[in-house]
Design a protein around this ligand. Structure first.
Ligand code: COA
Length: 280
């Protein structure tokens, strides 16, 4: 780009067939997360979260990167020069949208098309599902320039990888490709870049056929129960189920009706037909 990108231009999105494709949009900077990008991403998430024409959100990147992590100049050097207040503000802006994404109303999919470094592990973990290109490269590069993997990155490694992989990944500063990321559990699957979008679209289309209230309750439940013992989780899930029912009392009844009375589907083999639900 000859003229500098405006804040608004740091994130791009389109909505097609109820899938919101949100893109880190600083390809000339390998989609590094600057404070401007972090602010704009929060605005975009805000705009899309409760739109009726959006059922699934996919987060991907323009160009050769998913995201090269925090912008070493604008996020680190420039904000540090503004003192502690500047640093804390920049942290709030980035951690804020990752947190928002972790508890997003709609199901979310990270589609990792290329480089994914450091701070990028925040949004990677925030997305419910993750699909990578075999060609993508993942790295905790912090150690290579002399800091610890902060901003949640060490936590993500410890959450998603086994202990030995997490230590090796954080301490060695070596990159892994999409296939290894899938083997290690950092992403669900890896496949050739040329097939990535089709696979993610197919996954999103399956999610679009599920009861949206149940999906939100389910994704939150899986995140919450990780930190609970069995009894606490059991109790939490009873309450969460009752709360979800209060938002959507008809959905599960319709699901039971189509299986038990109509015999038109089997829950073990697929989802009930949402379009037959009252008020759908
Ligand atoms: N912060 C700031 N600028 C970055 C950046 C980052 N994290 N990642 C890339 N850029 C910039 C480069 O400085 C360069 O800018 P310039 O054109 O003004 O010189 C531009 O993006 C292109 O990067 P370049 O290094 O030429 O691209 P590449 O395709 O050869 O290499 C990477 C891609 C991602 C391997 C390399 O850019 C890199 O190592 N980035 C840093 C990754 C990192 O450590 N992130 C962790 C931060 S917590």
């Amino acid at each position: 780009m000859s003229t500098p990108r405006t804040e608004e231009q740091t994130v791009a999105f389109t909505v097609e067939n109820r899938i919101a494709w949100v893109r880190f949009n600083r390809p000339e900077k390998r989609n590094a997360m600057s404070p401007a990008l972090n602010r704009q991403m929060m605005r975009v998430l805000d705009e899309l979260e409760f739109r009726d024409d959006v059922g699934v959100l996919v987060l991907t990147g323009e160009g050769t990167a998913w995201t090269a992590g925090m912008d070493l100049n604008e996020y680190f050097r420039e904000t540090e020069a503004k003192g502690l207040a500047g640093t804390r503000k920049a942290q709030r802006e980035s951690y804020g949208w990752w947190r928002r994404l972790r508890w997003y109303q709609k199901p979310t999919i990270a589609m990792i098309n290329g480089w994914c470094f450091g701070g990028g592990y925040g949004p990677l973990f925030a997305c419910d599902l993750a699909f990578a290109a075999d060609e993508a490269k993942f790295g905790l590069s912090e150690i290579n320039w002399g800091i610890l993997p902060g901003g949640g990155a060490s936590k993500v490694a410890a959450e998603l990888l086994n202990f030995r992989h997490a230590m090796y990944h954080a301490m060695m500063g070596e990159n892994i490709d999409g296939k290894t990321a899938a083997q290690w559990g950092l992403v669900n699957e890896s496949l050739p870049l040329a097939q990535l979008k089709a696979r993610v679209t197919a996954v999103a289309e399956v999610l679009l056929q599920k009861n949206p209230v149940a999906l939100k309750a389910t994704k939150d439940a899986v995140r919450r129960v990780r930190e609970m013992n069995y009894d606490n989780a059991e109790d939490f899930l009873v309450r969460a189920q009752e709360a979800a029912n209060s938002y959507d009392n008809e959905g599960r009844k319709e699901g039971l009706r189509q299986f038990l009375d109509e015999k038109t589907y089997k829950p073990g083999l697929g989802a009930y037909d949402l379009s037959k639900q009252k008020g759908a």
